[in-house]
Ligand binder design. Sequence first.
Ligand code: PBG
Length: 341
Amino acid sequence: MQTASELPRPLRRPRRLRRNQTIRSMLRETRLTPDRLVLPLFIIDGDNRSEAITSMPGHARESIDNVIKRCREARSLGVNAFALFPAIDPALKSPEAQEAVNPENLLCRAVRAIKECIADAYLVTDIALDPYSSMGHDGLVSPSGEILNDETVDILAQMGVLHAKCGADMVAPSDMMDGRIGAIRAALDSAGSTDTAILSYTAKYASAFYGPFREALDSAPVHADNIPGDKKTYQMDPANAREATIEAILDVAEGADILMVKPALPYLDIIGRLRRETDLPVAAYHVSGEYAMVKAAAKMGWLDERACMTESLTGIARAGADTIFTYAAMEYARWYGDSHS
Ligand code: PBG
């Protein structure tokens, strides 16, 4: 066997370009600035309330006044876009999820209040029935336990119009019903909200990584009688990639402004796929379970939180995400500020 010193000397030595911080920084391909992040926030009714979410350290369900403080803090760090999720009082949840279209519901009040205090906070609202449904499903459930598509889409379109009227800059349907992007776009346009953008959850998978989020909203699907205990008849099968292309083609045709992949890390190939297959901006949702994993391991002393969170978010951006929804937005913005001051 030849030893390394007997082999021909390599002509190309990629290590030349890794020799010191200056050259590494000069050639870095991906730079993730905090202005590309969207911070999800959980809202509850009341004044000056904050309820910790145990599986999401650093996040809480907060009343509108405290959410406004959070937005101010995030903006001071360079994060100016927020995805709002209301934790609806269980007494207001119903099988038909009527609270979703109540103009005085928690989400509507939150959007108006935030816009009143911080006019240029960029607000993204979630369109789906699960926070309002006593069954925890994103759509209406028929007596035989089917998640009804077209009937749900009618309500989603009404929600979109309502959110836009309250001041939402962007509506984000996370429900995975067929045809909802076209229906929401048409409803927004006929209501005069032509400037309200639609971020479609294009490839949203039936993932087990949503666990902490469902704890935060107490929105896990209820498994009883005929009601399915999972979302597999509408969210995508984690094993499928080509199906993401089909969803993307439909969303583009129906008028989506941004296509999202969710979750992010187990689906980097899907992010890359949509990046190559469309010229629309691609978003990724670094979901609650992805955040919780790093937080929990860091708490045990098993992982370095800053390094692992930064590597996760950089990897998602490298795969092709223009914007990332992440619960770590504020931490990341602080670390970014520390290393760039
Ligand atoms: C539901 C919705 C979910 C998330 C965002 N919107 C959960 C679900 O589909 O059950 C999950 C986000 C996260 O885990 O961070 N419309």
